[in-house]
Design a protein around this ligand. Sequence first.
Ligand SMILES: NC(=O)C1=CN([C@@H]2O[C@H](COP(=O)(O)OP(=O)(O)OC[C@H]3O[C@@H](n4cnc5c(N)ncnc54)[C@H](OP(=O)(O)O)[C@@H]3O)[C@@H](O)[C@H]2O)C=CC1
Ligand SMILES: CC(C)CCC[C@@H](C)[C@H]1CC[C@H]2C3=C(CC[C@]12C)[C@@]1(C)CCC(=O)C[C@@H]1CC3
Length: 327
Amino acid sequence: MEKVVLVTGANSGIGLALCERLLTEDGQLRLCLACRNTQRGEAARSALLTSHSNAHVDLLHLDVGSVQSVLAAAQEVKARYNRIDFLYLNAGIMPNPHIDLKAFFRGLFSRNVINMFATAEGLLTQQDQLNSDGLQEVFATNLFGHFLLIRELEPLVCRAGHTSRVVWTSSSNARRSAFSIEDLQHRDGSEPYSSSKYASDMLSLALNRHKNSQGLFSSVICPGLVMTNLTYGILPSFFWTLILPIMWLIRIFTNTFTLTPHNGAEALHWLFGQNPESLDPRAKYHSLTSGLGTNYTQARQMDIDEEMAEVLYSKLLELERVVRKKE
Ligand SMILES: NC(=O)C1=CN([C@@H]2O[C@H](COP(=O)(O)OP(=O)(O)OC[C@H]3O[C@@H](n4cnc5c(N)ncnc54)[C@H](OP(=O)(O)O)[C@@H]3O)[C@@H](O)[C@H]2O)C=CC1
Ligand SMILES: CC(C)CCC[C@@H](C)[C@H]1CC[C@H]2C3=C(CC[C@]12C)[C@@]1(C)CCC(=O)C[C@@H]1CC3
């Protein structure tokens, strides 16, 4: 039976590289590129069809940062497909990033240097804003829109006698200390990205608790540091090109510098071939690249409090009720 796979944020970076890898792996796939920008989505679809001329590639308009768009896209998905095997929740933003250079140079000469390069801990802040639904934009895009999408698609992913998978593109930047259960949307802090990624790690655990019995399995991955539009928003692309030789060098010390979207998609691709029952719901699956350029996936335990994950889940359900009422 052909597998139905939906990927959010599929028109560039890690999402697009994943699509390319999945089509190479399984020519029978029914792939749905869920993109907010139709033109960029079309360009991605054409590129994929150039290298995989017989592939089934559909395009879906979806802005995960908009409640109305998520509801409309979910209706469309339900009309097009009768099940979804893989839901890759990959779209993500990091608006107005700021690097603390002082902290960077301090970190460079500390014992924490490897961890700093792997996680950007203490280096990065962002400026977030409210979206048209009155939600914090980073929370809405990286977490809540995806949560709402899963809820809307439950008839397609929670089916008796059938297993479906949800895979979150999280980050090594996800940190417990950046998240507050009292301030889910991170209205008051300056690390909305880290907070939203930590929330996705917790949500994945809660989803497994609530939905495994209905055949839905959730996993989280970290793609490592990858050169994409997101990282070009942190430092300009010419700067990254200049320091690329240094980055290759750093890769010898931290295998988290995967650098290319293809490498970054390693764990996403690896999960596609795994039996969900064999996976650890408390693990984050990391795409890693060795100094010699070999890609591999490694499971690392997440620092998650199960009780807090449950509270997050109920708070998201409550927020869902509120936004549905407004709609
Ligand atoms: N690059 C890195 O080093 C790392 C990235 N990640 C995560 O990987 C994921 C992919 O990012 P990456 O490939 O790096 O960056 P890109 O910017 O290349 O890709 C992000 C994708 O998300 C889409 N997107 C953003 N906002 C929305 C929205 N509201 N609705 C629908 N789609 C949206 C973008 O579409 P559009 O073209 O319209 O903007 C784009 O296709 C993100 O979740 C990111 O947080 C995690 C760790 C490290
Ligand atoms: C000034 C330079 C010679 C080197 C600067 C390095 C930093 C810009 C990077 C070091 C660790 C990086 C990192 C990310 C962004 C760029 C760094 C801060 C991410 C936060 C990007 C998005 C993620 O999800 C995780 C990444 C962790 C590592």
